[in-house]
Design a protein around this ligand. Structure first.
Ligand SMILES: Cc1cc2nc3c(=O)[nH]c(=O)nc-3n(C[C@H](O)[C@H](O)[C@H](O)COP(=O)(O)OP(=O)(O)OC[C@H]3O[C@@H](n4cnc5c(N)ncnc54)[C@H](O)[C@@H]3O)c2cc1C
Length: 488
């Protein structure tokens, strides 16, 4: 008889795992507490506007290709990708902005114009970033994080010093322009930590940025969710929404034997949780949890965020599909996220206008805007604070892009720390999991397999390899491969 696996949550990691496990012959049911699938990548529609609630940057297209290829498919079987040109735009403190081109030659020109001689340094830096990307993809990120030995081979040994230096040191060694430094330090923010706390090896994110480019699935990131769900369904996966797991049940031998689903007991041979790791452990009795509250407290979490989804009654000028507002002091903001958690005095922020390149996301002549301010996880969250920060970033947005927009707001929806906790059971309301610092990389992250409970596995952004959509796809593959190996 086929074994029954229940997967908790329907984020990218769970969707990925569901496909691999169904292909391997398991009966797979995905249980999602919310009323739609996709986890943090859900969609919000209002008055003809469509917003992705979470991820918007489609990077590392090779990882998506590799996922679909494992099932004899291609991304283009499910969605159409456009390479964004420019990839994104960055505003700086002197009211200027630069557009990051989709072609490397143009990026070298931009660097050279900004700082004489920097194009040569950028080339050397990107050569190392590409070598690290190849190593990461070939030798590191597709490893389950069970043993340190997974990481040891001649290529990784030759790069070991890069784990003990930081992105910040590496970038600043040869580049002096503060604008270029900000551009080169930006990609590691996706890993959830500060550039001075992120190993230099992670410069492979700069290759992902400049070398591989920024892509957009027509119709939004949710098209990827829909594609993966469609694939999973053809493989036989069942999906249940409004399905909250409130307890993982174990037998006397400490093996999983069931779940409490919407208050009712159901039997299970195996459970894989793609819900936040900390939350999943709270579904177990305390004596079989692997990690104490103290453990979680000490970890570096990726930021939470204050988000606004705004329908504008006109087209927005002087901005791009992805626009970063780096016009304030990054170090001061980072300190207020990581070292001295509080509402930031002058936050950096990000604005997204998908409708500038994708007419499906807003009615004709209107713009869908999504604004994101990174925040310390766990801080106080009130309507008044949200409103105060909306005004703060609108002041800057209007000044820098030289236009009035507030009178054109048709509606706005906010999302912040309390929503992350309530909607996703997120630890301290983190937006994208546990950061990739040196001590939170590979086997040093929470385990994919429970060491205390048999037949209980974990996937997602708090385990290996880390935060982000591509890592989530990889995490689902790693967890399911381990399940298949252990069960055979
Ligand atoms: C605002 C924002 C912007 C981002 N931007 C980007 C980006 O541009 N590019 C990028 O690559 N990544 C981005 N990320 C990160 C990326 O979205 C995540 O790393 C990834 O989607 C996480 O997937 P996951 O499977 O680990 O978890 P999740 O998506 O969090 O899925 C977990 C699921 O478990 C469900 N769940 C929780 N508890 C229970 C329970 N008890 N019972 C049943 N279900 C439960 C939750 O409802 C949720 O659906 C962003 C994230 C956010 C929040």
């Amino acid at each position: 008889m086929k074994k029954q696996v229940y997967i908790i949550g329907s984020g990218f990691s769970s969707l990925s795992a569901s496909c691999y496990l169904a292909k391997a012959g398991y009966n797979v049911t995905v249980l999602e507490k919310n009323d739609t699938l996709g986890g943090r990548a859900r969609q919000y529609k209002k008055e003809g506007f469509t917003f992705d609630l979470g991820p918007s940057w489609y990077w590392m297209p090779d990882v998506f290709e590799r996922f679909f290829a494992d099932f004899g498919k291609k991304p283009s079987d499910y969605y159409t990708l456009d390479k964004l040109s420019p990839g994104y735009e960055v505003y700086f403190g002197d009211n200027s902005s630069v557009k990051i081109a989709s072609k490397l030659d143009e990026i070298y020109d931009l660097f050279e114009k900004e700082e004489k001689g920097s194009a040569k340094h950028l080339k050397t830096f990107l050569d190392s970033a590409k070598a690290n990307y190849d190593t990461a993809i070939k030798d590191l990120v597709y490893k389950p994080g069970i043993s340190p030995l997974e990481l040891v081979n001649t290529t990784t040994i030759s790069r070991v010093t890069q784990f003990f230096s930081t992105i910040r040191k590496q970038v600043r060694k040869n580049i002096k322009s503060s604008k270029l430094i900000q551009i080169l330090e930006f990609p590691v923010l996706f890993l959830g930590a500060k550039p001075d706390n992120t190993p230099a090896f992670y410069n492979f994110m700069n290759y992902a940025d400049f070398g591989l480019g920024t892509w957009h699935p027509r119709g939004g990131m949710y098209k990827v969710v829909e594609g993966m769900v469609a694939l999973a369904e053809t493989l036989g996966v069942q999906f249940k929404t409004n399905a909250t797991v409130s307890k993982i049940l174990i037998n006397a031998d400490k093996n999983v034997n069931g779940l409490l689903l919407n208050g009712e007991k159901i039997e299970a041979d195996l459970v894989l949780s793609g819900a936040d790791y900390h939350h999943t452990e709270t579904l177990l009795d305390e004596n079989v949890r692997q990690y104490s509250e103290k453990y979680w407290e000490k970890k570096t979490f990726a930021p939470s965020s204050l988000l606004f989804y705004v329908g504008f009654d006109k087209k927005i000028k002087n901005a791009s599909h992805h626009t970063l507002f780096f016009d304030t002091d990054f170090d001061a903001h980072a300190e207020e996220i990581y070292d001295n958690p509080k509402w930031p005095t002058d936050p950096l922020f990000y604005a997204n206008f998908t409708s500038m390149t994708d007419s499906t996301s807003a009615p004709e002549g209107k713009e869908a805007g999504f604004f994101l301010i990174p925040l310390a996880p766990g801080i106080e969250d009130t309507e008044a604070l949200r409103e105060q920060y909306f005004e703060k970033i609108m002041d800057r947005f209007e000044k820098l892009t030289q236009q009035e927009v507030r009178s054109s707001v048709l509606f706005k929806r906010s999302f912040c720390v309390n929503d992350f906790k309530e909607e996703y059971n997120s630890y301290k309301g983190n937006a994208y999991g546990m950061a990739n610092t040196l001590l939170q990389t590979a086997f040093l992250r929470p385990n994919i397999k429970s060491s205390n409970v048999g037949n209980l596995y974990f996937t997602g952004q708090l385990t290996v390899p880390g935060p982000g959509v591509p890592p989530a796809l990889i995490s689902g593959k790693l967890a399911s491969e381990l399940i298949i190996k252990k069960q055979s």
